[in-house]
Design a protein around this ligand. Structure first.
Ligand SMILES: *[C@@H]1O[C@H](CO)[C@@H](O)[C@H](O)[C@H]1NC(C)=O
Length: 277
């Protein structure tokens, strides 16, 4: 998501950096105090040690939650989007069944006839010729307002909820088709000013939605997960590191920047082989 206002998100995060952990900590202290307090005064529950498992239990698995008053850009109900943290270094999460098969097919239908060979943002000194073979997919850019079915708008709203980054700070969708043997070699999604020159804004995070299933290959890879392999000459053909296999409808979110706004060097990713739409 590279938005004109990407920087302001970071500034806002930076400002809360000192306040936030403290606020969270005192909230949990209040919670524990309330918990022990109610135990002491309750007749049904004996005073004494609480088994460790119970202390660490989730409060509720499902059921009714009481919603809080919400702001103009907030939501009236409490909802959840299932996800799995794949890694905190770099920050990457997997969102199973983020979109339905019908939604994926609709996106394919509206973009299929528009695909053209993908291009690269060139670094200083690079030319179209010298970068040939790095990104061999075809693709197209499309914004939610250009989609008559409304599916992209729905997906965009859901991404905003999953990332807490407002819709208007996102770029257009880039729909990509990888045929057998096509790839996007190792790259960063953020634009390092040392390589690309001064940047007005920065890509904070990327959200991939896999539109089709593949029999083999097509993984998105993070070769430097938890600082691994960073000191060796990385060979993309070896497929090392954390790999995410595409499944239709699944989402993958990763943050290219640290919370302090600098580029995460572990965030190099690449997409390989047959990821077709
Ligand atoms: C930003 O945060 C990262 C990760 O915590 C840290 O390694 C890096 O040194 C920080 N950079 C600056 C300039 O504070």
């Amino acid at each position: 998501m590279k938005g004109n206002k990407g920087r302001s998100t970071l500034v806002a995060l930076g400002r809360t950096k000192l306040g936030l952990p403290a606020v969270l900590l005192s909230c949990s202290l209040f919670f524990l105090a309330g918990f022990f307090g109610s135990m002491l005064f309750s007749q049904d529950i004996p005073v004494g040690g609480v088994p460790r498992e119970r202390l660490l239990e989730e409060l509720k698995e499902e059921g009714e939650w009481r919603a809080m008053a919400y702001g103009e850009t907030g939501e009236s109900t409490i909802s959840s989007i299932p996800f799995q943290v794949l890694s905190l270094k770099p920050r990457a999460s997997y969102f199973p069944e983020f979109a339905t098969a019908e939604q994926c097919q609709a996106i394919i239908r509206i973009t299929k006839s528009k695909l053209t060979p993908s291009t690269l943002a060139l670094r200083k000194g690079e030319t179209q010729e010298s970068t040939k073979g790095i990104r061999t997919s075809s693709g197209t850019f499309i914004s939610a307002s250009e989609d008559p079915t409304g599916v992209l708008g729905h997906i965009e709203r859901k991404i905003a909820r999953a990332t807490m980054i407002p819709r208007d700070q996102g770029e257009s969708f880039n729909v990509l088709r990888y045929e057998i043997g096509q790839r996007y070699a190792a790259h960063y999604d953020a634009f390092n000013p040392a390589e690309y020159g001064p940047q007005k804004s920065q890509r904070v995070a990327s959200f991939l939605l896999y539109l089709s299933d593949v029999e083999e290959g097509g993984e998105t890879m993070f070769p430097f997960e938890n600082g691994l392999n960073m000191d060796i000459g990385y060979d993309y053909e070896k497929c090392i590191g954390l790999k995410v296999k595409p499944r239709q409808g699944d989402g993958l979110l990763f943050y290219s920047l640290f919370v302090n706004g600098t580029i995460d060097p572990m965030m190099q990713d690449n997409k390989i082989d047959n990821l077709s739409i």
